[in-house]
Write a new protein. Structure first.
Lengths: 402, 416
């Protein structure tokens, strides 16, 4: 990780701003732009503060960057972007893209994305990525010039298209299966968590009614009045505390979401491998059949039924010259095919090797991150309970003084 | 004509009342000590007499001739209300179901411990059913109309909705009945009422007693008309008007609290439903993972614990908190009734006063009676109100202890 960009440079997405402009279809639209600030780290150690460079980017540019990285590095599990639209909302959370809370969480998510890419041993060295951070003008053209869109295999777009692979790599099949399950379990978890948050919110808020009633009641009491009044105040505090608690929990939800999308990226790698394997097998099959054809022509035996064979039998055989010509063409093709197959095999092996290296790296990262997320969640819960105890202890004291 | 109460007879091993009980254990309890209370309980006879006599259907202050002395008594007894010097302790426990041909019902064991000389034995144990408690309360109301009689738990339950024989219902009722008796024995005057004593010791004649009570109740019917009929009051002393207002607002607020508590319980249960789904998802996830499976399982288990704790909290709230609220609302109701009676009495007094002025007859007795009655009401009202404050204080402490305990339990179950 020594060559990591993240170590050499401080990267932050520090601000978000609403902008209006005209889009490609000349229609007025509102969008949010994010300020990316970078500062070289090394010079800081010399006691000087390096200048901060900054530029503005919008979400669609992030998307473009990610697509580029995905296509250019198919064997890497590319870090995901924060969600495009607000999902898994519970009633208090708004689903509006322009909502300040949503924008804020997205800003954090985008920063996280950049940091992840910058700390990846392979991705951080990509010049397009570097340009994304440093060069505002002309970046889009630069990306398009790489022609990556051509490389993008349209077959992968169909998520559920299956390629019938004769010898699937077991490890990849298992991994794909795992990523499917992971996606399903995390999205289920997020959905239920949202419902739980909703309900908990309700419970806390109703306690606020206690505050009001106690206040009203205290008005008619003599000795009990003060105690009731202050207890009512504590109930109000209790009811209000849920807002902060749930906001913190959103952070936990975001951490889970990141891995939900990561699972998607993992799956994509598996699919690319599948496709590769499929192409390989197809190529090998093609080669075999060509070789067979060649043999048949050379020996004159028809081992397999072919329309050509039949027609030639019916309408007369070819001249030896024609046959020779055909054989030559086929031999050329076979040679080509063999070379192609060789390179494909090599490609395949390389892919598998580097993919597994990255997958291992990802696994470790995932385990580490999720463990931390769970721990911080538990800490949150404990703090929530401690607050609850505090409030009720205070209330109890008030009551005991009645 | 005042009818003398029958002396409490010696009851044999099985009094008539106990006969239908198919429970060997309960009857053996009753058989234990020799059940022969002396025929002459050393009760001030005058009170006993007056308890059952009701001249012309007007509510009478039964101890009016002795009111001054009873006031003295009360002053003395005030000190006696400390637990250390109390000489009568009652508990209600051990509910049992009885199935007879006609009906099915629950009885509760009423155990009395006493150091009073009037009693033959230091300890008694009887079985009573709700009807009997109801009878006791009615009689006490009759005989002490100026006092605030503690409320009973609700008599009627909608048959389809609540199971009269479910454990929770029976237990809730038992607690309320226990409290009822404790409050009575706490009370300086009610403590010594004949009906109470009859109630706590086994008496064959309770049935007969009750029948007598019934007949008198019909006489009471006339005075009931009094209560519901219109009456005109010159001016209600501010004090009582204030109490009336207070009680109104009080019941209102308690009602609101009751609704809020119910709403909270409902929300908590809905939260519980979601939580129950939440936990297992972590488990499922744990099944997928290798390294993370332990922590994930851990989270799942914790959530399960939270569910249990929450369930307990809701149960406790329902069983302990809500009934007490409702009881106080009933209490307030009965207090208002007493206020009404007081108003009535005052109205009567004023009417009589007018009559006297008009007729210029000398009828000092009745107004004096009424006036004395009023005095008593005032005294006792104040006394009991102070009582109520103390009780409320303690009650609240109990509730909050409960709720705090629940919060504590919650925290115990959250672990890394």
């Amino acid at each position: 990780m020594e060559d990591c960009l993240a170590k050499k440079m401080e990267i932050t997405v520090s601000e978000a701003e609403k902008r209006t402009g005209r889009n490609a279809m000349n229609i007025q639209e509102t969008y949010t732009a994010y300020l990316i600030e970078t500062r070289a780290v090394e010079s800081q150690s010399e006691g000087q503060c390096a200048p901060v460079e900054s530029l503005w980017r919008r979400y669609s540019e992030f998307e473009l960057l990610r697509n580029y990285l995905s296509v250019t590095y198919p064997h890497i599990v590319v870090p995901p972007l924060p969600e495009k639209r607000a999902d898994f909302v519970w009633h208090k959370l708004s689903a509006d893209n322009m909502d300040p809370d949503f924008v804020e969480r997205r800003r954090i998510g985008l920063e996280n994305f950049l940091l992840r890419v910058a700390s990846h041993p392979v991705l951080c060295q990509d010049r397009i990525f570097y340009a994304f951070l440093m060069q505002e003008a002309g970046w889009k053209e630069m990306v398009n010039e790489t022609g990556f869109q051509l490389k993008a295999d349209s077959r992968l777009k169909a998520l559920n298209a299956t390629f019938r692979v004769k010898n699937p790599d077991k490890r990849f099949t298992e991994l794909k299966h795992y990523s499917d399950e992971l996606q399903s379990v995390i999205s289920h978890l997020l959905r239920v968590r949202a419902r739980v948050a909703d309900r908990l919110y309700g419970v806390y808020k109703v306690h606020g009614n206690y505050g009001r009633v106690f206040s009203e009641w205290s008005a008619i009491e003599k000795e009990m009045g003060d105690g009731l009044q202050s207890a009512g105040h504590h109930m109000d505090v209790y009811a209000a505390s849920i807002d902060d608690i749930l906001e913190e929990e959103e952070h936990y939800a975001d951490q889970l979401k990141e891995y939900l999308f990561y699972a998607e990226a993992l799956r994509a790698v598996c699919r690319k491998h599948e496709l590769m394997q499929y192409d390989l097998e197809m190529a090998a099959q093609d080669l075999t059949s060509k070789k067979q054809q060649c043999e048949e022509l050379a020996t004159g035996t028809v081992r397999t039924f072919s329309l050509k064979g039949m027609t030639s039998k019916l309408f007369g055989q070819e001249t030896p010259e024609q046959r020779e010509a055909k054989i030559k063409v086929l031999e050329e093709q076979i040679q080509e095919g063999e070379e192609q197959l060789k390179s494909k095999n090599l490609e395949g092996r390389d892919f598998v090797k580097s993919a597994w290296a990255d997958i291992e790296r990802f696994k470790e990262q995932k385990n580490h991150d999720l463990k931390e997320a769970l721990i911080s969640y538990a800490v949150m819960q404990i703090s929530m309970c401690k607050k609850g105890i505090q409030v009720w202890t205070n209330a109890k004291e008030c009551f005991s003084k009645m | 004509a005042a009818s003398a109460p029958k002396p409490l007879p010696s009851s044999g091993p099985k009094s008539l009342r106990e006969m239908p009980h198919p429970l060997a254990t309960s009857s053996s309890e009753e058989m234990g000590p020799a059940l022969t209370p002396s025929p002459d309980l050393l009760l001030p006879r005058s009170i006993a007499d007056k308890d059952l006599s009701l001249p012309n259907g007007t509510p009478v202050d039964t101890s009016s001739p002795a009111s001054s002395s009873s006031l003295l008594n009360r002053l003395q007894l005030d000190d006696d209300l400390d637990v250390e010097t109390r000489d009568l302790f009652v508990t209600v426990d051990d509910p049992k179901k009885h199935v007879c041909t006609m009906e099915t019902y629950i009885t509760y064991r009423v155990t009395t411990k006493t150091t009073r000389a009037e009693f033959d034995l230091p300890e008694y144990s009887v079985r009573r059913r709700y009807q009997d408690f109801d009878w006791l309360r009615n009689k006490l109301e009759e005989s002490q109309p100026t006092h605030l009689i503690p409320p009973l738990p609700e008599k009627f339950v909608v048959k389809g909705v609540v199971d009269r024989f479910s454990e929770e219902f029976v237990e809730t009722r038992r607690k309320a009945l226990d409290k009822f008796l404790k409050r009575i024995t706490d009370h300086p005057v009610l403590n010594f009422q004949m009906q109470l004593l009859t109630f706590v010791i086994p008496s064959e004649d309770l049935n007969a007693y009750k029948k007598q009570g019934m007949a008198l109740l019909s006489k009471m019917g006339e005075s009931v008309k009094y209560v519901t009929g219109g009456y005109k009051l010159r001016s209600r002393p501010l004090e009582f008007a204030a109490i009336g207002d207070y009680l109104d607002t009080f019941s209102l607020k308690l009602g609101t609290i009751d609704r809020i508590a119910q709403r909270i319980i409902k929300e908590q249960l809905e939260y519980l439903v979601e939580l129950r789904e939440y936990g297992p998802v972590y488990s499922t996830w744990g099944g997928l993972e290798v390294e993370l499976s332990e922590p994930l399982e851990g989270v799942s288990a914790c959530i399960g614990n939270c569910c249990t704790a929450l369930e307990e909290l809701s149960e406790d709230m329902t069983e302990d908190f809500l009934p007490v609220l409702r009881e106080y609302i009933l209490y307030a109701e009965s207090m208002k009734n007493v206020l009404k009676k007081r108003d009535q009495v005052q109205a009567e007094y004023e009417a009589k006063l007018e009559a006297v002025a008009l007729k210029r007859e000398d009828r000092p007795k009745v107004p004096t009676d009424v006036e004395k009655c009023q005095d008593r009401v005032e005294c006792f009202n104040a006394d009991l109100k102070a009582d109520m404050e103390r009780w409320q204080n303690n009650k609240r402490q109990d509730f909050r202890q409960l709720l705090m305990g629940m919060a504590d339990k919650n925290i115990q179950y959250y672990e890394k």
